[in-house]
Design a protein around this ligand. Sequence first.
Ligand code: ADP
Length: 574
Amino acid sequence: MQLVKDRFYIWYNRGATFLGAVLIVLTAAAWLVPGLELLHSRFGFIPFIGVLGAIQVIYGLVFFKRQAQTNIWVAGLLSSMVLSLITISLVHNSGQLHSTLLICWGVQMAFSGIFGLYTVVGFDFLFTFYYVIVATGQSAQNALEPTALGAVAGTYIISAISYAVFKRLYVGSESKRVTQLTGQLRNKQQQAEILMQSISDGIIVIDTEGKISLLNPAAGKMVGWAVDEAMGIDVNLVVKLLQEDGKDLPADQDPFKQVLQTSQQSNSTAQLATRGEASDRHIVSLVVSPILTPKGNELLGAIAVFRDVSAARQEEHRRADFISTASHEMRTPVAAIEGYLALALNDKVAKIDQKAREYLVKAHESTQHLGKLFQDLLTSAKAEDGRLVNHPVVVEMGSYLQQITEGLRFAAEKKGLLMDFTLGTGNGEASVTGGKVITPLYYVHIDPDRMREVITNLFDNAVKYTETGKITLGLTGDKDVVQFFIRDTGNGIPADDIPHLFQKFYRVDNTATRTIGGTGLGLFICRKIVELYHGRIWVESTQGKGSTFYINIPRLSNQKASELQTAEKQAVLG
Ligand code: ADP
């Protein structure tokens, strides 16, 4: 029980400790200083009081703090009990119920209220008990004298007033605050409930074992489970997630498992199947976030927010359809124009004067640019709605990249740039055993034509945005990933642009890009293709020094690679 603020008990103890010290001094003075015997004979400062004073001081300085750590009310109360013992002893030694030191008792009673009702009653009882002992004739002259009765009544009245004052001052204001806080909390709880009930996004909270501890009605509707029914059930039984194309979701891509294992947020888009209705599937964007303790060191569970994006997806499909059809249709006449322009520029088939040739060369270049734009538009539209043609096979990246590099070398050298290919182990170098260079085999599962598009795109950019120096293609990796990079010694990319570089139509706005043609679609397409293979693409760049584009792709173990290759061969034969 605690009735007032902690500092009151602390101040009470300080006062009592100080009084203890004063009592030691007075007791010593009563015996040692000639002329102060009165203190002993009249005011009752016998050596026992000095001992009690010492106990009070030792308790106040040493033990109070320790006790206060567990319960400060008890700590204060113990301090006041020693003090009561001292006052009653002094009163007893110096005229009992007629002692002038009853004033000290009165002062003590004035603070008794801070310990609460029971303590006040205890003090009153203690004094009444003392009165009765004295009054039953032990040594009282006349216990029924008004002074004696007044002392008892005074104890009651002062302690009652003290209780009332402290209750009003502290208990009252504290309890008012408690009521206010409870009200606010109830309001907050109601608000949270209203929010959960009315929000159209599905919300599911799971514990660390994957059991559902909260599910709002919107989520219930999406998964086809009644809210009460789903509580406490494993989330994978309730939330049936499939890949966007309807295929089963591999276990290692389960967002709930991922978040519970890594404590990292997961963002994904998936198909959500409603229970019992095979045809009712929504495309949902799903954000699963870990729920951590306020200090962030312990995982308590995870919260998933689902948003039905089926309508938006359909709209995207329609738009992508339009773009693919339009760019496909427009590519055909553009190809025809480009062909005829090429014919017109061919000395063997057409005769044109120098001026006309200059114009036609420009027209030819622009047509080529337009053709590339339509091609990029078509590819990006397909990449966005997952219709990119994709036939993954097992590819050994070392020989694959080497072959591609040879094909690209010409374009770099034409611009006077050096071209290099480095192949290394995980730490960047090929391992040397017995004088022989052993290059590891980096197997991946990709469509080589699609990946060629990515590498060619990055390489073309490196050539486009580099005036002098070298372009390096490199390959490294560890047991889980294969990493390859394309490094140039060009102008580099401003740090502000880097986060946006892989977005659609994003081009860095500088003199180089204004003079060098481009669509801003190349890196977007690269990202989409790399993501198709669960890979990651990013760039590191220093302005003025050059850029390095990195790609990480999951690596296939040699065993897995040969298993897949056997399956591929059988598929071809069968
Ligand atoms: P673009 O058709 O404009 O080249 P991309 O998507 O391929 O479109 O590239 C986007 C932008 O990234 C470019 O406009 C260019 O500013 C910047 N960029 C790409 N590669 C490099 C590079 N190797 N060095 C410097 N800037 C680059």
